[in-house]
Design a protein around this ligand. Structure first.
Ligand code: PLP
Length: 362
């Protein structure tokens, strides 16, 4: 098998595999129980929060475990949290993940003003438009790195613009975590969302960073777990697996994938006439999104799948018909380009031979 769909989800990282094989069966107690069994679980959660804080360069106090990034994003973009900060306008990009876009659509229906940052055909944001759009009482919500084309946004610069104008910023840092350094203290963002399964943890676990906890409202109401910021019995096993996956991050190994990715792109451009979506922008080292003119990327996906090579395509099935990717369309391209685009997203184990095998089948 050659797995090239790491941006969809990552296989369990080595320490997570070991944990699942040897310890998972013992990790069932309720970590809120006050007897020793529960306290051991509470200790697991405390050290996982510390590990996450260490990885992200922030105090663990501002970190809340959630069921994943969809929940984290929806929490930041909830009516309660918007109203706590007097947010009247949200500024975002049409290239966001659907977890953000769908919630923004919902908010728009209920009277929140949503305005859009312009981008060029490589997916780079127009920072002048950010500056024009942000007002006092605005929230900018933006991807740190795009899941489909891998483009990295200049978060530090955007944050400065936003804060200078009296606004707040939330980043969807799901794809950035584990692929490029994410230092929240340095980035100075107000909120950040993360997902464990993109770095090799079990699924159903993520995190939310909140700088100003005093002004934070939980999405759910119930028990006092997570200091009341996210009630619901904690999944200690998944949280432990998140911490283990964080421990297995190796940014040097990730950076080394950039050379492989670049030589893959040189070859598909010259041999197959492929074009690279977002290829002119700073990108995640593991991600390549290629446009193969005149080819159906679904047909290519099925052909590769028969050979146990797994990639993803720039279109998705919605209400029984295929829709081209909103990201490819958002770059200003036609539906056809969406139907003919393929995403290859690599993990540490990928070598040149794997990519040569892929090119041979394209
Ligand atoms: N944001 C981005 C950029 C993603 O790639 C994903 C995963 O598909 C999500 C949010 C949602 O994350 P989760 O699966 O943890 O809800």
């Amino acid at each position: 098998m050659v797995y090239l769909d790491y941006n969809a989800t990552a296989p369990y990282s080595p320490s997570v595999v070991e944990f699942i094989r040897s310890e998972l069966v013992d990790c069932w107690a309720n970590p809120s129980s006050e007897y020793a069994l529960g306290l051991a679980g509470a200790e697991v959660i405390k050290s996982a929060r510390e590990k996450l804080g260490e990885t992200l360069g922030v105090s663990p106090k501002g970190l809340i475990f959630t069921s994943g990034a969809t929940e984290s994003i929806n929490t930041v973009l909830s009516f309660d949290n918007l109203s706590n900060h007097g947010i009247k306008r949200i500024i975002s990009s049409p290239l966001e993940h659907s977890a953000t876009l769908d919630q923004l659509k919902y908010l728009a229906k209920h009277g929140i003003e949503i305005v859009w940052i312009k981008n060029d055909s490589e997916g780079q944001l127009d920072l002048d438009s950010v500056s024009q759009l942000v007002q006092n009482h605005s929230l900018v919500t933006i991807l740190h790195a795009n899941n489909e084309i891998g483009t990295i946004h200049p978060i530090k610069e955007i944050t400065q613009i936003v804060h200078d104008k009296g606004g707040l910023i939330h980043i969807d840092a799901v794809q950035a975590l584990g692929k490029i350094p994410v230092d929240l203290d340095d980035l100075d963002v107000d909120f950040a969302s993360f997902s464990g399964h993109k770095i090799g943890s079990m699924k159903g676990i993520g995190a939310l960073f909140v700088k100003a906890l005093k002004k934070f409202s939980p999405l759910l109401r119930g028990g006092g777990q997570e200091r009341g910021y996210r009630p619901g019995t904690l999944n200690a096993a998944a949280i432990k697996s998140f911490a283990l996956a964080l421990k297995d991050i190796d940014l040097d190994k990730m950076k080394a994938l950039e050379d492989l990715r670049n030589s893959f792109e040189i070859e598909v451009r010259s041999k197959l006439g492929a074009q690279v979506n977002g290829g002119g922008a700073p990108r995640l080292p593991n991600t390549s999104n290629i446009f193969l003119e005149g080819r159906s990327s679904r047909d290519v996906l099925m052909k590769l799948s028969k050979e146990k090579i797994y990639v993803s395509v720039g279109s998705a099935c919605s209400s029984g018909s295929f829709e081209p990717s909103h990201v490819i369309r958002g770059l200003g391209f036609s539906n056809e380009r969406g139907f003919s685009s393929l995403r290859i997203s690599m993990g540490y184990e990928i070598e040149r031979a794997h990519l040569n095998g892929l090119i041979g089948l394209l």
